[in-house]
Design a protein around this ligand. Structure first.
Ligand SMILES: Cc1ncc(COP(=O)(O)O)c(C=O)c1O
Length: 379
């Protein structure tokens, strides 16, 4: 049996005619960048998240970059984030000449450790922002993070690239802190037909600046108030995303159901000593979307050998992420060493993302767990 990590064709098939209709409308309009489709999608995302402003951009990476530019991040500024995230979180900081200050993760959730954040705040001079990442589709521990931001007078910016729709008791991912961003990379729960992203924020002055910076810092055509860039969303991406957004909660609910099924099968196999399943921090919060399972990430004993075994058995898996960011070659000049963030390093050695998507079958999931069981049974 073959089990892909994700099968986008299955999601596309039932929406094909609606999506093609909307794409054709864009083609007929020849309004290909920004325009009414993009504005409608911005309004839809703002409403969905319960946030005042949503600004459509060219990718999740560009969303973060343009937000940091709007906040006037300067060379030498320190921004606190975790070393266990997709590269862009720290890459955008470095691209502005600023300095990512890493704090370790909480081993249960892979998200920012609050005690580690507290320590970093005590030793970092005037950090410009705190950037928690809602990794794999579950929010970081936002209550104490916001309290620390308030205490130190610094904004909390949420990397919600993997978490559109995820709910924390304080609100929707991305809409809890001062600002946040989403990625619509095709593998996200809400995926475009290419690259696309969104910045969300509460402050109207900040939103207006982001809008201008998205388009080379122009408020009036060809009059440049700031040096911005081309971070505009294509209308065709907005059209596709606009068709998909109403389905997002259902897809996330399906993923949650698939996660529950994995739990049941793992419990039946009695693998708890060898495989640690993802924590659900907000399961009792009463919010359905307490986790949207963009990824179902386990920790596994002898992870690399297990991955190889699953590949041979036709099961696709992925390692998010094999090397923590403080150990990346391009960040050598930050001066970090091996051992500085033991939890992030351990996660990089142990984590393994299993196939999860709304349309995965119970037979496929059972086969995944059977193969994991067979691997450990063989010693
Ligand atoms: C945590 C995180 N931050 C940022 C990004 C960047 O988003 P994009 O790929 O749309 O540029 C991603 C995308 O994978 C991500 O997972």
């Amino acid at each position: 049996m073959q089990v892909p990590l994700l099968d986008l064709k299955l999601q596309y098939a039932p929406l094909k005619s609606e999506i093609l209709f909307e794409m054709e409308a864009v083609a007929d309009s020849q309004t290909l960048i920004l325009g009414p489709k993009t504005e409608a999608f911005e309004r839809a995302v703002a409403k969905y998240c319960g946030v005042e402003h949503a600004i459509a951009v060219s990718s999740g990476t560009d969303a973060q970059l343009v937000l940091l530019m709007a906040l006037d991040v300067q060379p030498g500024d320190a921004l606190i984030t975790t070393p266990y995230t997709f590269f862009a979180t720290a890459g955008c900081i470095a691209r502005l000449g600023a300095r990512p200050v890493f704090v370790d993760i909480d081993p249960a959730t892979f998200n920012m450790s609050v005690p580690a954040l507290e320590q970093a705040l005590a030793r970092t001079r005037k950090p410009k922002a705190i950037i928690p990442v809602h990794l794999f589709g579950q929010c970081a521990d936002m209550q104490p993070i916001l309290a620390l931001g308030k205490k130190h007078g610094i904004p909390v910016l949420e990397d919600a690239a993997q978490a559109l729709g995820a709910r924390h008791p304080l609100g929707c991912a991305g809409a809890i802190g001062e600002a946040g961003w989403f990625s619509f990379y095709p593998t996200k729960n809400l995926g475009a037909f290419g690259d696309a992203g969104m910045v969300v924020c509460k402050d109207s002055v900040l939103a207006a600046k982001i809008r201008a910076l998205r388009n080379h810092g122009m408020e009036t055509r060809y009059y440049h108030k700031w040096v911005g860039g081309n971070f505009r969303m294509d209308a065709i991406q907005a059209a596709v995303l606009g068709v998909k957004l109403p389905h997002l909660d259902l897809w996330s609910a399906e993923r949650r159901a698939r996660a529950a099924f994995y739990r049941q099968e793992f419990a039946r196999a009695g693998l708890s000593r060898l495989v640690k399943l993802p924590a659900e921090s907000y399961a009792t919060s009463g919010h359905l979307n307490h986790h949207i399972y963009n990824q179902f990430v386990i920790r596994a004993v002898r992870r690399d050998a297990l991955k190889e075994h699953l590949t041979k058995a036709g099961i696709a898996t992925e390692i998010y992420y094999p090397r923590a960011l403080h150990m990346q070659e391009c960040f050598a000049d930050l001066g970090y060493s091996k051992g500085d963030f033991p939890e992030a390093e351990r996660a990089a050695r142990q984590s393994l993302a299993l196939p999860i998507f709304a349309e995965i079958t119970e037979a496929q999931q059972r086969y995944v767990v059977e193969q994991i069981d067979a691997f450990y049974a063989a010693g």
